[in-house]
Design a protein around this ligand. Sequence first.
Ligand code: XMP
Length: 325
Amino acid sequence: TWTTEAFVDEAIREIRAKVGDKRVLLALSGGVDSSTLAFLLHKAIGDQLTCVFIDQGFMRKLEPERLVKLFQEQFHIPVEHVKARDRFLAAISGVTDPEEKRRRIGHEFIKAFEDASKRLGPFDYLAQGTLYPDVIESADTNVDPKTGERVAVKIKSHHNVGGLPKDLRFKLVEPLRKLFKDEVRKVGRSVGLPDEIVQRQPFPGPGLAIRILGEVTEERLEILRDADLIVRQEINRNNIYNQLWQAFAVLLPIRSVGVMGDQRTYAYPIVLRLVSSEDGMTADWARVPYDLLETISNRIVNEVRGVNRVVYDITSKPPGTIEWE
Ligand code: XMP
């Protein structure tokens, strides 16, 4: 029978046999896959592993600092924190089309990743948190026709992005490739990852940039980070985090009229997107208590400057998608 202990032992043996004394690069995202991967590799090859966290500036409030601190101070796994907010924001400056935004962020990610790998490398291998469903999806595209070995052609967390440049085509180490998501969670938990990582709801590679419709600016990011924090706090307080597939806020780039005290306001609306789902392919808007919606709405309008209205998205998927872009 499958046990996490047996899996971890086997994975460590396999990583050592494959990598030998070579160096491995890993792009840490903060999700359960890349975190579990970092743990296994660190256990297997120690300082032959380099973890890079590319901070695009599109993560949630305090998330980057927390991730780096957790890895370095609690797990004693060094993380190279690349603070790349300015270049990412510049890359999508003035861009309003969702696909173009995604494309540019993905492209910038690869450039930042390339820079980091040149600065810290050379590396022979790229560790990637490929899971079994991903292997099936990309069956032939990832295999080098000459050697039959799987090679890195894209970065997993970024959809719709052209591949890695030719000279960045590392060989792959993919110790999670036989696992399903729930098995990765079990392994992650067994090596000591905290719930905040193991149970973390999905978060898209382009992050908050695709939850701000239209142009992304630092001001809008700040508003959305503050609104999103309130959503997460209230969801946690109600103990429904684990029942929801995702719970987040979206900022619309339009303004509507409101009144605050005796002042007329003209500010952005925030959309609440709370969904239940099994696999993200289909989803339903969550029937959460009105009181919860009320608390979130009151807090956002009172505490987040720049927002004067909160609306609830009651669209299922299909026809709606979970994200708004
Ligand atoms: P949609 O919006 O298509 O999303 O219903 C389905 C699921 O995929 C997540 N998502 C992404 N995840 N990189 C990711 O790693 C991405 O570019 C991306 N876009 C969407 C989304 O959050 C939802 O869970």
